[in-house]
Ligand binder design. Structure first.
Ligand SMILES: [Zn+2]
Length: 247
């Protein structure tokens, strides 16, 4: 039995799958990667825009950059890896914990008419929020000094997590709980460098889950994984579905 078939058998007999997702899932859609294989920033000029302090010091500049970034999402679509995960979720209970803020997995799930939980550990670029009263805004209106919370008048900002901000505790707890209900942990395209979310797969390994990593290169997770499937997600995941017998 080859390794893909072994993984397929494990998935077929799994009671549930915890899927941990990083930027590699969306690479083929054209969503730019922040880091290279060694974790270095590919475009160092984006670095300030990942930091909370830039927003505190110069909100207009930060929000202008995020307007462009959100607009770039209008030109990207789910790829074969997103659809493969949606099909997997139609076959077995899956909980997705994603570090991506692009919403492409959700689009694929909707397209395939699959209802599965997506825990967006780093938030969503398609949603706005007010830090003062925690109200969320789905209007897609341009961010800027004039775009204020309808409820309290504070600045609206992208509903993403910046360095210098905590991950939403409730989401990390929900992810941990989902992980404990699962028997397979599938890690897709994550470098494993952003903590604390990145600790979840190691935890899965400690708790005896069967850990499968799909990545173009070895990562922080590879040592803990039972199986490493090397290759781009949009090739490996459809091949895995085929081995499971999913069309
Ligand atoms: Zn508010």
């Amino acid at each position: 039995m080859d390794v893909l078939e072994q993984v397929a058998e494990r998935i077929k007999s799994a009671r549930g799958i915890f899927v941990f997702i990083g930027s590699g899932l969306s690479a083929a859609s054209g969503v730019p990667l922040y880091r290279d294989e060694e974790g270095k920033y590919i475009h160092p000029e984006v670095l300030p825009y990942t930091q909370r302090k830039t927003f505190d010091e110069d909100p207009a500049r930060m929000l202008a950059w995020y307007n462009q970034k959100r607009a770039s999402l209008d030109r990207v679509w789910p790829n074969g890896a997103h659809y493969a995960l949606a099909k997997l979720a139609a076959f077995k209970p899956c909980v997705f914990a994603t570090q991506n803020v692009d919403g492409l997995l959700e689009q694929a799930l909707e397209h395939e008419d699959v209802d599965a939980e997506v825990l967006r550990l780093h938030g969503s670029l398609r949603i706005s929020r007010c830090d003062a009263c925690k109200t969320r805004d789905y209007s897609n209106a341009e961010w800027g000094l004039e775009n204020r919370c309808q409820r309290c008048g504070e600045l609206l900002r992208p509903d993403v997590v910046w360095f210098g901000e905590p991950l939403p505790r409730g989401l990390v707890d929900a992810a941990t709980e989902a992980l404990l209900e699962s028997s397979v942990c599938l890690i897709v395209g994550s470098s494993g460098l952003v903590f604390p979310a990145a600790e979840l797969p190691s935890y899965a390994s400690e708790r005896g889950l069967y850990v499968v990593e799909v990545n173009t290169h070895e990562s922080h997770f590879s040592a803990d994984a039972d199986v490493f499937l090397k290759g781009p997600a949009e090739e490996v995941l459809p091949a895995l579905n085929e081995a499971i017998g999913l069309l």
